[in-house]
Write a protein that binds this ligand. Sequence first.
Ligand code: ZN
Length: 509
Amino acid sequence: MLSKARKEILIKTVTQEIPAYTMSVFKLPNTLYDEMTSMVRTFWWGQTNGRNKMAWLLWDKICIPKKDGGLGFLYLKAFNLALLTKQGWRLQTNTHSLVYHVLKARYFPHSDFLHVELGSKPSFAWQSIMAAQDVVKAGSRWEVGDGSSVQICLDKWLPTHTTFRVTSPPGTLPTDSRAHTLIDDETGEWKTDMIQQLFLPVDADAILGIPKSRNHTRDRIIWAYTPRGIFTVNSAYKRTIWSLSILNKIKSFTWRASRNALPTKVNLCHRGVLEEALCEACGLDEETGGHLFWDCTKARETWTEAGLPIDTQGHVGKELLELIVTIAWCVWYTRNKTQYGTTRQSSREIILKARSILENYQLAQLQKPQHKELADTRWIPPDYPWYKINTDAAVFSTTKSVGIGVMVRDHEGSVLAALSKCMPLPLGPLEAEAKAMDEAVSFTKDIGLQDVIFETDSTTILGALSDTSTALASIDNIKKGTHCSLQDFRRTQIQHIRRHGYRPAHILA
Ligand SMILES: [Zn+2]
């Protein structure tokens, strides 16, 4: 069984990264979204005997971005629309592009993208982009330059309002007046008196708050989208879950706990799985999340034992939060164990376990080798005018054959030539590596290179070729041949590279 945290990663990779290109060009049919969504959902919640496990949460909550406290699975349909909107947005604002000219000539010769209608024979791609027109309309507003394009009463152009529109009654202004009537031709500044007369103070302030330039710039469409800015303590808390330095399974647990999505006894009763919701630890109250982690006498005992330094305002820093959620996970863990007959851990044992999980995890994060390892195994291009040749071999014992990969790159790292072939030879790993090196040498000779570096990850091959004495019997013969061919080049070097450095040759093989 995959853990929830691993499933999360897998789902994202498979369903969301892969179709991104298609979705940025075409609008997928609704049935396809539904199918993909249901596949993801089934996989996330797991399957038992072909029937979906109970969904503890509304699907939409899972699709909320991580920064807002959700699990961050993209809502496929919204994602598709967002990508298409980006295309539409480019059509409105980037009028120098080739695609703009092509599409404009065909679909909107006399207007701009925002005002065009679908037309009679649209292509699929054009229909797809048009699906996003409303979103572009809703998300854009004018930035006033000379004011000649902006309609005062009809367009969205005020930066401060949520509607971006003038709220004052039209008064004496004709409905189609343009914003340039409010701008002084000579100075390029707002006509302050006129604006204060015409508009309600809230609109007048918003207009006068738009900085004007003496240079008469043109009006332009800009993206007006601002986050709704709903902020709650709860969402701030959930936001931090994902930035904590704790095991992924504990993050996942915390997220589920914070959404009341754990299979506590009360939740199981609601689903009709259990009939009795009494807490087994104390036998005094129903087992809700709140009871299990905070109110239960056992829980209180654990928190007292932990002796957490929470200040009187209840402020909790990141490190403390990490310990708290790890303890909570341990409480949940031991609670689950007791369901299968294991003795309940004491508060002291729970705290010790939590501290050691946290410490081990954080130590492991610290000790993760970072740049050193990389530098060691990264492929480095040769100096000009050298060429570097990487080889690799794969042994297919069932078909008694070997795969050989050779890649030739220059000082810029560009691939000059590559060879990949399968040979029906029942070789062992070392013999296959030797064969690959021999093939690489002949191949390089064939394409006429003179200054060459051969890289191998096999120290045995390296030793054999650097030394004229006898090599291991099984490769001695082929080694002699290779050695002989090497004399035909102007300059040669044999180098050792650790395995990860030359992936491409490995893939070819
Ligand atoms: Zn209890």
